[in-house]
Design a protein. Sequence first.
Length: 232
Amino acid sequence: MIIDHKIVRNSGSTLEPCIYKSGPGTVAQGRKMLAYPHVFAPVLGITDHGYCMPRLNEPSSVSLSAALDRLVVLWNSTDIGLLVATRAQHHETQVAPLATEPLLRRALEQWHARVQTVHGTAVNVVHGDPTLENYMYNGVWLDPSTRPLPLEAELDGGKLLQSYFGYGHCGTTEELQAIRKFIHTCGLNLDLCAYYLVTHLVRLYRVQPQAQFWAVTVAETLEERMEDFKCK
């Protein structure tokens, strides 16, 4: 099997002649993709350090709706023993310790307090990373998260908002409309989606220097952005 290690996407994968992903957590990632072949891109094999997928084409503006439909299928799939954390555990152990930037820390605390009594949309399996960069032309997903996560659809909603508000792949008008329609149609709690978006901003700030200015800007203006999102 020919493997090209050249990195051409923010996700850390390459498009041809095949996709090879390696690094911390990628073995578990490949196993999750194998467990849900009706949702994720096909996996050719898992090595000691990662996994391989066949060559895939870039997404087109008409394929996001199919990917979003598969996201719902994933939410309703049978849990295969994935690691799960409560929202409080996720906040205290995986997010709050990373919030070193003062504005991000304030935003995280404010939105966390706001959703303390909010009931999320319970699901069986959460993808964890459904950004516009992580779906392909035939409506399949890449790069599922395997960290212990709360089983709330709003966590994925927060990732969709991350793309909606402009980070990573620049969405077309049709893609942005599809995200807005999907979140509203699924009846996701928008405040909880916003809280999870802030958790994603905190993690991005720590791991991707190119995202730092964007993350702080979104956190600072999120209240206004969400009010506008609710009205559309």
